[in-house]
Design a protein around this ligand. Structure first.
Ligand SMILES: [Zn+2]
Length: 373
């Protein structure tokens, strides 16, 4: 099974290179329109027959456009004709996004640059990769689309990347970090972050505040109704997340143990918010019973240091984490902070299970383990 993702990269360019790319985009779209017109008139979307009839002529008139881009424009035009079943003429605007196939682009993610074919030869473009993109670096690059944002005068490269299936980080264990910003982050790089959830909850919080300040009888009634609605909403979200998590290809789900420890000032504000938030318990319960139904195991691990420890080298330092980003002072590893925590939770579970399996073949459901060990 293949899994595709699209990375959106904002390109940094010199004015000269920007001009080259703009002219390339315009010419590509012009060729698209010429080819589409031919196919439309001759009632064909066959790439071969359109190619034979148009390529030489176009190449002769636009020698500056690399032949791979001419072929790319032809392919896109034929696909568009096919898509509308030749019922109407597909048209490109001068700045429509253009597709680059592998032959006309080379992307070096780890060094943040790409070379892109243009009417003036290859143009080198650079981009910065947000830290959470690092998880995709070893994915296979498929097609790329170059898009010009006229309003902001910026070029974007949309890169479709592919991997065979969700990459397990640990043989059979998936670690889950539950949080405020991201409801759940899984050690296999899946984030459950929903703006919708945040917006809806903010709306309810606002309504609650308004009604509480009124304090009338009808306001109290409404308050109860709203609380019920909000709970139902959160319950639905938790059901969906739990279902997706337990259906991932892992046998063991590792969670932070939120019940074994009591509220403690030293654990920090975020942690106390986690403890006090009933929806985290609910999500856990849903994961537990859905996992059980599938014959999977749920393991609780000690959450201490899961957010401070480097999931790559094990170095534990509070200052490594800064909001949602994690950067290890020891090995330089950079990663989304919640993903780092999720990987630590998975690792803690793996080392705990391997130690336990020496002594007892049947591991119990709840195991507490210190992440620092
Ligand atoms: Zn490190």
């Amino acid at each position: 099974m293949n899994m595709d993702r699209t990375l959106k990269l904002k390109l940094e360019l010199s004015d000269e290179d920007k001009e080259s790319l703009m002219q390339t985009v315009v010419l590509f779209n012009q060729v698209f329109n010429e080819v589409a017109e031919y196919g439309f008139e001759k009632r064909t979307h066959s790439k071969v027959s359109v190619h034979n009839a148009t390529y030489k002529d176009i190449r002769g008139r636009h020698p500056e456009l690399p032949s791979s881009l001419i072929q790319g424009a032809r392919d896109v035009a034929c696909e568009a004709l096919k898509g509308v079943k030749l019922k109407r003429l597909p048209e490109s605007r001068p700045y429509s996004a253009i597709r680059y196939n592998k032959r006309v682009i080379r992307i070096v993610f780890e060094h943040g640059f790409a070379t892109v074919a243009s009417i003036n030869g290859r143009v080198k473009v650079s981009f910065s990769i947000p830290e959470y993109y690092e998880q995709y670096i070893d994915w296979e690059t498929r097609s790329s689309t170059l898009r010009y944002d006229i309003r902001n005068d910026v070029f974007y490269l949309h890169v479709v990347i592919r991997t065979e299936s969700p990459k397990p980080s640990g043989d059979t264990v998936i670690g889950i970090d539950r949080g405020i910003v991201n409801i759940a982050v899984c050690s296999n790089n899946v984030f459950f972050n929903s703006k919708e959830v945040k917006n809806t909850r903010a709306k309810y919080a606002y309504l609650r505040k308004e009604l509480q300040s009124k304090g009338t009888k009808s306001a109290k009634r409404l308050l109860k109704k709203i609380s019920r609605k909000e709970r139902r909403f959160v319950t639905d979200v938790n059901h969906c997340i739990a279902k997706e998590i337990v259906n991932m290809p892992f046998d063991v789900v590792a969670l932070e143990d939120l019940t074994s420890i009591r509220v403690n000032k030293r654990r920090g504000k975020n942690f106390n918010r986690k403890l006090n938030n009933w929806s985290f318990y609910q999500l856990e319960q849903f994961i537990r019973y859905k996992a059980e139904a599938l014959g999977k195991q749920v393991v609780s691990v000690d959450p201490r240091y899961s957010s401070q420890k480097c999931s790559k080298c094990g170095h534990t330092y509070k200052g490594n984490r800064d909001g949602s980003s994690y950067r290890c002072r020891n090995c330089g590893f950079q990663i989304h902070a919640d993903l780092n925590a999720a990987r630590n939770i998975a690792q803690a579970c793996i080392s705990c299970l391997s130690r336990l399996s020496v002594n007892q073949p049947n591991v119990g459901i709840s195991v507490t383990q210190d992440v620092t060990q």
